[in-house]
Ligand binder design. Structure first.
Ligand SMILES: C[S@@+](CC[C@H](N)C(=O)[O-])C[C@H]1O[C@@H](n2cnc3c(N)ncnc32)[C@H](O)[C@@H]1O
Length: 197
């Protein structure tokens, strides 16, 4: 993490301060912003909102994750609603002891999903209006959420879920996106022309 703190993580940083997981071996500072509320009935279901102004680059949350076994994920979790609360995560299969003794054991990295604990699983998606960035720490098994810009009290805190074409729900921001579209932006039209080709 670029903004890691040094020093004892037994004195954790003040919430909302621009600091992330501690580098100290075996410990991680768990940060949660003070000025966050969970609103229960938004067009996207529950959502995280700012109750006061939040400056840019504030660490809002450090959420621990549970990395799922890929088979468990594909056979069980992805058939449940829990799947909608998981993030893509790199998966390193355990290396058998015999292979570990080789000079440079090669392990095939695949991907799986991870369940995010804490507030991390409550951030909704926005394609155009996201104000929160997130970063995986695959070693410490945490995700750190940071404000991308100054956020005003009352704004929803939204992240990007990635590839818009793979969203599993109808985007509640659709009408707002249409309303704010730049009339001179011909990108959509170019997509259509590509398909016709
Ligand atoms: C990780 S959860 C976020 C918390 C969720 N809103 C809740 O109440 O538990 C992801 C789910 O939130 C909803 N969601 C997130 N972003 C959305 C959006 N832009 N439009 C509509 N629904 C959204 C979808 O139902 C999605 O499967």
């Amino acid at each position: 993490m670029s903004n890691s703190t040094k020093g004892s993580s037994r004195n954790p940083p003040k919430t909302g301060q621009a600091v992330a997981a501690s580098d100290e071996a075996g410990e991680i500072s768990l940060t949660r912003g003070e000025n966050l509320v969970l609103v229960l009935d938004t067009p996207k279901g529950r959502g995280v909102f700012a109750s006061k102004d939040i400056p840019a680059k504030t660490v809002l949350e450090v959420s621990p994750v549970l990395v799922l076994d890929p088979v468990e994920n594909s056979e069980h979790i992805c058939k449940t609603d829990l799947y909608n609360y998981t993030y893509n995560w790199p998966y390193m299969p355990p290396i058998p002891a015999k292979v570990q003794q080789e000079a440079s054991p090669k392990s095939k990295i695949t991907t799986t999903q991870a369940v995010i604990f804490g507030l991390g699983s409550m951030f909704n998606h926005s394609t155009m209006f996201q104000n929160v960035g997130w970063e995986r720490d695959v070693t410490k098994l945490v995700i750190t959420y940071t404000s991308l810009r100054d956020i005003k009290a009352g704004e929803e805190l939204c992240i990007s879920y990635g590839d818009v074409g793979r969203l599993t729900f109808k985007d509640a921001d659709h009408a707002r996106m249409e309303a704010e579209k730049d009339p001179d932006d011909w990108t959509d039209m170019l997509d259509i022309i590509d398909y016709i080709d």
